[in-house]
Design a protein around this ligand. Structure first.
Ligand SMILES: C[S@@+](CC[C@H](N)C(=O)[O-])C[C@H]1O[C@@H](n2cnc3c(N)ncnc32)[C@H](O)[C@@H]1O
Length: 222
């Protein structure tokens, strides 16, 4: 028998309101991003942000990489969890978003530990040395790139390091039909289904999928 507590909106609000604290800087970034309109759904959820900071602290992470930075919420959560002297490489395609993120990094007091790299994440990754650099990797850019990003990040992650892949539930679409999807959604959901299968079967990592926000897959390199 499955054992889980189904979440109503009320219960979800309770979870977010208890156990994860959001400071004024993150609250402002959430509000300003929400004012950008529909696109704001791209931002990670506050409870997910608190979870990321805690994971980085537990890992004792020093070196991290993020693919897909948008206005900077998740990057700030990673940077806050890093050890003193730690460094995050934040990869973002859009110059406009990167500028907003850079402003937010200053406001959060973490600009000195985040290096923003503007351009396609696949190229940024290929320009990095092929050694085990990272303690933590967060994959949250274009979904069709996920299988490639996973391989690239994994090969640059140290044994014991952790990769978090975001949106692995695709708003529930991983299990619901697919025939009515437009081409973009079909491709994105297909890529997410592929990465979920790939990671689950990957003997190089220990894995767990969690139903936080839109679902995250954690893969710890053996
Ligand atoms: C889901 S959002 C990231 C949200 C962010 N992690 C946060 O917490 O707010 C995805 C981001 O990936 C960026 N992106 C899309 N394609 C990309 C690519 N090929 N390389 C790098 N970034 C890309 C988008 O511009 C967008 O800002």
């Amino acid at each position: 028998m499955s054992k889980f507590t189904a979440l109503s909106d009320e219960l979800h609000d309770y979870i977010v309101g208890h156990g994860s604290r959001q400071d004024e800087v993150l609250r402002r970034i959430q509000e300003e991003t929400a004012a950008m309109g529909e696109i704001s759904v791209m931002q990670i959820a506050p409870d997910q942000g608190a979870f990321i900071t805690m994971l980085c602290r537990l890992l004792g992470a020093r070196e991290a990489i993020e693919l897909g930075t948008f206005t900077g919420y998740s990057a700030i959560c990673i940077a806050r969890g890093l050890q003193p002297g730690g460094r995050l490489i934040a990869c973002e395609l859009s110059e406009e978003y990167a500028k907003i993120a850079a402003r937010n990094f200053e406001a959060a007091g973490v600009a000195d530990r985040i290096e923003v790299r503007i351009g396609p994440a696949a190229e940024t990754l290929r320009d990095l040395p092929e050694r085990e650099l990272f303690d933590f990797g967060f994959i949250d850019a274009d979904k069709t790139g996920y299988p490639d990003y996973y391989e690239q990040v994994l090969s640059r992650t140290r044994p014991g390091g952790l990769i978090m892949v975001d949106n692995v539930l695709a708003a529930g679409q991983v299990v619901s039909g697919g025939e009515d999807f437009d081409e973009f959604t079909r491709d994105s959901v297909g890529a997410i289904r592929r990465i979920n299968e790939l990671i689950t079967a990957d003997e190089r990592v220990d894995t767990v999928m969690l139903g936080i926000a839109d679902g995250v897959m954690l893969a710890r390199k053996r």
